[in-house]
Structure formats: C-alpha cells, structure tokens
Design a protein around this ligand. Sequence first.
Ligand code: TYD
Ligand code: MG
Length: 450
Amino acid sequence: MKTKTIFYCTQCGNETYKWEGRCSACGSWNTIVEQPDRPSKKTASIRESGSARRSAKSLSQVEAGEELRFSTGMKELDRVLGGGAVQGSFVLVGGAPGIGKSTLMLQICDYLCRSSSVLYVSGEESERQIKMRAKRLGVERETLFVLAETDLEDILDAAGTLLPNILIVDSIQTLYNSSLATAPGSLGQVKDCAAALMRLAKGKGITVFIIGHVNKEGSIAGPKVLEHMVDCVLYFEGEQHLAFRILRAAKNRFGATNEIGVFEMGDMGLLEVPNPSELLLSGRPLNTPGACVACVMEGARPVLAEVQALATPTSFGMPRRTSNGLDYNRAMLLLAVLEKRSKLRLSNCDVYFNVIGGLNIDEPAADLAAALALASSYLDKPVPGDLAAIGEIGLTGELRSVQQLGQRLSEVRRLGFQKCLVPARWKGEPPGGREIIPFGNLQAALAAVL
Ligand code: TYD
Ligand code: MG
C-alpha cells in the first residue's frame, strides 16, 4: 500500500500535501508538521470485524424507530442531552481543567451501573486514584470497570473484550496511537483516537463519552477538530472559585442546543441545581441601595439574577468603570443614558457593576435592572426587595420589549416577587395575580421606584 505523507497545521488543522512555512488557511507561521497518514493496524481490523462493505440503500428501506434513550440519573445532564443519552451515541464533554468533568462522569456511573456495564478509562489517574475518588462520591458498583491506560490499541482491545454498554474516556488528549509519530494531545493523535472510538461506538452500539480539555482559546485540542465528528458536544463552564457550574450543549444531533444544566460543586461532588434562581438569590440583601433583580434566559430556562451596582465619587481625574458579568459596552451605554436622560451626574463617579453568582449576562433584558441598581446606588435609595425588572433600554431611554416575557414573568412569580416592571408595549397575558407594572421609558420607571 502506498504511504502518502500529509502535513497539517497544528493551529487550525488544515491539511496540505507539502510542507509550508506559513499555513495558507490561518496564516500562522511555523505550525505545519508532518503526519504519516497510514491507517493503524487496529483501526483497519475494526473495520474488517465491524461490518461488511455497505452499499447504498433507498431511504424508504432504512428502518427507523425512535432512538433509544436512557437516563444518566442526573436530570440536569439528561435535559442538556435532549431528554437522556441516546444509545450508541458519541458525546464529547469539554471544559477547562479542574471544572469537574471527571467528577461528573464518575458520578453518573453510579446510576448507569444499575442497569448497564460501564468501562471508565482514565489516562490521567491511576486505578487507585479513581477508586478513591469513586469512594468519596459514593460510587461502588460491580458493573463499573476501570482501566488506567493511554494506549489506544489497549483501550480498544479492552472495550472489545468487555463490550460494555457505556465507555467513558478521560481524556481524549492523553490517548495516543503508537503507529502515529506525533505526541499525545497533538491534533493528529486527537483526531485519530476520536475516529477510532467513533467506529467502536457506531460498530458495536456502545455509548461513548469522551472528555476533552479546553485550552486557553476555548477550543478543544487547538481548533474545533472534534466537534464535527461527534453527535453531541457539551461544555462545562463556570468560575473555578465559585461553586456554580453550567453545562451547555454546543451541538446535539438528537435534541435542541438551547438547554442548560446547572450544578453546584460540593464536598461530595456535583449536586444538581433544579432551581438556579433560588441559588442565585439566596442571601440577597434586602432594602440595601445598589441592587435589583433581573430575569435572563439561560437557554430555554428563565433565571433570576441579582445585578449590583456601586457609584462612588471619583477621587482621581479619570472616573473608573468596571463591569463583571455584564457586557462592558452595554454597561457604558446605560451609564450614558442615565446621565443624559435622567440627569444623574455619573461622570463624577466611579461605577462598578457586578452580577452575583458568576453569571454572565449577554442579553439586553437585564438593562432595566442594571440601570435601576445604579440609580439606586447613586441616589442611595433601595429598590424594593419584592420587585424585579425586565426590559431593554434604548438610547433615548425608552423601554423596549424582550423575548419570552411570559416565561420570565412566570419565573418571577414562582420566586415570590410581588411586583415586576415590564416594557409598556408588552401585550401578553399577565400570569395570575401579581402586579405587573408597564413603563414606556426609564425616567418614568425611576421616578416610580426610587
Ligand atoms: P475534576 O472532576 O477532577 O475536574 P476535571 O476533570 O474537569 O479536570 O474536578 C476538579 C475539582 O473539583 C478539584 O479542584 C476539586 C473539586 N472537587 C470538589 O470540590 N469536590 C469533590 O467531591 C470532587 C470530586 C472534586
Ligand atoms: Mg479530570
């Protein structure tokens, strides 16, 4: 068989047939390396043993039922997967190191092992370490098999012999195929190992979860090489020093991608947070100036968040402005509108914004709450504790309608808020009983509340 040499860019993954000093796709210098492109013995044998050569079928001949789903025992994870994991699917769980990916995967083993067999392969920890962690998380089952291994061939062998229902690989960056010349974690290795595991998943009907570390730029193993191969891509996000963790689907062949799962990291591992609003609002100071509750959509779920602001007189010539959790440009826009339309002299103030719980708000629906919080701090008058505010603010100070206001109002009501400010143009049905106060512009809302 003829062996062709392929070169690829370690930055963007672009493949070429000759070496170049500069990648023609992404323009990076000195990133092209050689990758001998021969199929490994093992992957070739999987193909032979897996199935005979296939021929094309008419779509009407293809048998199709609903995909078989099973629960992972964690509702938050099931939700993100689109209502449970699909049998034989290939799922990538990505996230920064230390965020809790291994913990999550080991924790679901407990439930999964009640009805299935699971092989947990770790290239990062020894079997003893896995055992200790499992013990701490309360996972001790006969049908949970562990293997501390990084050689792809040995892993495929073990999986082929054991034929588990579920295979978990922690992490894809530690695996290596010895027939490739490149180092573990390099693009070629990651691609090749993922492809081999994929063939295993599809050939033998094993559900495979692979863990992938996300690097500084936020992509898995350099460019997004794995995303197009797998059925689902889940990202685990959160701030290291905060307990709050959010699981998001970036891609899902079997469901929507707008759902999120919320977890809290504790001493006993990850706890599900079915009511994130309650967690975010717990310990909220009441009747203190400088805070207001907003309702933002996290995927399809409305979440209440406390936006805080602080305005203090500037002691240097140039006022300081920082924003945590709120888009900086959005915050500056609100500042300008408050200064110009509501005559607050904020140009003489240092201004700080903060969203509690490490939540990142990326929609304008929190504008009104942020503006109220800032005005409340400036005027030193508290926003009533039983009031929430929803609405986007335009440059003329007008309040503009936001999407899914009905859903947001239900969440506001569920958490016991008596009053909610909304944009005047909203024509929906107010969900039962609570006082919904429509305003046309920011000035009127400020005058009424503060
Ligand atoms: P881990 O799952 O190892 O992260 P990853 O696999 O994404 O790199 O979790 C790492 C952090 O979680 C670690 O800093 C310790 C913390 N942790 C807890 O706080 N409680 C626990 O019960 C466990 C298992 C971990
Ligand atoms: Mg880990």
